[in-house]
Design a protein around this ligand. Structure first.
Ligand SMILES: Cc1ncc(C[n+]2csc(CCOP(=O)(O)OP(=O)(O)O)c2C)c(N)n1
Length: 357
């Protein structure tokens, strides 16, 4: 009979039920920090209002292809609100809520999807990575940044997000392995929204959880209800504190649902049952937190209306700023890749400017 030399379990954390009730009696302190919960709710609402406007701009030809974050707001706000300014975020391409928390401007997100690289030159956290469209490569960037922090003896943490689909990529597995081997200050979030474009979670992997991929790398790994901001933020706080204190990396699989099309170039009705989407709307993060706050006497219709007005005004202002930005200078496409431009590109730059003048 074989001896068991290793076994593992994956814990699942949820504190707020879909109808906004606290479950169990072990909720973290955030559950009664109503000021912070209201702040997070406001940021989630602003992110959603922004998202809706961005889709509308694409539909009217004023924006390029856009990746909606509808339904992911609690995941993103948990990430952004748990990080410190000096930490480093390596996002994929739809974590706007996290980026807004870190000082990225709405107009910068619009510039990026409008095809203008100035949208990557964040006015907020200059040391954060730009959006990463190649799937999962950002995980290696985060591990690299974390290695630098460790070598320099800086108490900074790198945080990265990968999708359920992205968690199948070698880059993700290699990044976790290196983080484990060198005990690096990095947090890996798997944003499991159940779909990798048209491929459902059930066809991506037969493992019970995606979190257990972290177990193979030797990292503490958990699953969290990613539509429950209280659970998601608690998990982020714990993982970031551990990383900052020298305790190494954590993997958090956040369970959520992509309520939108993958991008504005996609039509999810072609591969996804409407019943599934209807069910997912019943678990979405904003209604859940609003119900909880209202039930606690910490939210009401007047506050909601004021917030919606404020969000609409902020988004309108960002759209105006974006539309007024004009074209970037021609030479900018040559200027930021190399410290010293190679001769052939220098010649192309000169010719381009000549032809334009
Ligand atoms: C290396 C690479 N391969 C393929 C693609 C095309 N692609 C873009 S998004 C996507 C699916 C990503 O799904 P997931 O990781 O679950 O993230 P989600 O967009 O659902 O949040 C694919 C395959 C890509 N961008 N990069």
């Amino acid at each position: 009979m074989p001896a068991t030399i290793a076994s593992f379990k994956i814990d699942y954390y949820q504190h707020l039920s879909p109808d906004g009730r606290l479950m169990g009696d072990d909720a973290p302190a955030l559950a009664t920090d109503f000021e912070e919960l209201r702040r997070l709710y406001a940021l989630m609402v602003k992110t959603r209002v922004f998202d809706k406007k961005a889709v509308a701009l694409q539909r009217t030809g004023k924006l390029g292809t856009y990746a909606s974050c509808l339904g992911h707001e609690a995941v993103h706000l948990a990430i952004g609100s748990a990080m410190r300014e000096e930490d480093c975020f390596a996002p994929m391409y739809r974590e706007y809520g996290a980026q807004f928390c870190r000082g990225v401007k709405m107009s910068e997100v619009l510039l990026y999807w409008g095809g203008d690289e100035r949208g990557n030159n964040f006015s907020g956290p200059k040391h954060d990575f730009a959006w990463c469209v190649p799937i999962a490569t950002q995980c290696l960037h985060a591990t690299g940044a974390a290695l630098a922090y460790k070598l320099r003896d800086e108490k900074r943490v790198a945080v990265t997000v990968v999708g359920d689909g992205g968690s199948s990529k070698g880059d993700f597995l290699e990044a976790m392995n290196a983080a484990s081997a060198y005990k690096l200050p990095v947090v890996f979030i798997i944003c499991n929204n159940q779909w990798a474009i048209s491929v459902p979670r059930s066809k991506q992997n037969s493992a019970k959880t995606l979190a257990q991929k972290g177990v193979a790398a030797g990292l503490p790994s958990i699953q969290v209800d990613g539509n429950d901001i209280i659970a998601a933020r608690w998990a982020m706080d714990e993982a970031i504190a551990q990383a900052r204190d020298g305790g190494g990396a954590t993997v958090i699989e956040m369970i959520t649902y992509r309520l939108s099309d993958h991008t504005t170039a996609d039509d999810a009705t072609r591969y996804r049952a409407s019943e599934e989407v209807d069910e997912a709307w019943k678990r979405e993060p904003l209604v859940r937190l609003k119900a909880y706050l209202t039930d606690q006497g910490e939210w009401d219709d007047a506050r909601e209306q004021a917030l919606q007005d404020e969000a609409a005004a902020a988004v309108d202002e960002a759209v105006e700023e974006y539309l007024a930005a004009g074209k970037p200078p021609l030479e900018s496409m040559f200027d930021y890749m190399y410290a010293e431009l190679p001769h052939d590109l220098a010649a192309q730059r000169e010719k381009a400017l000549e032809e334009l003048s």
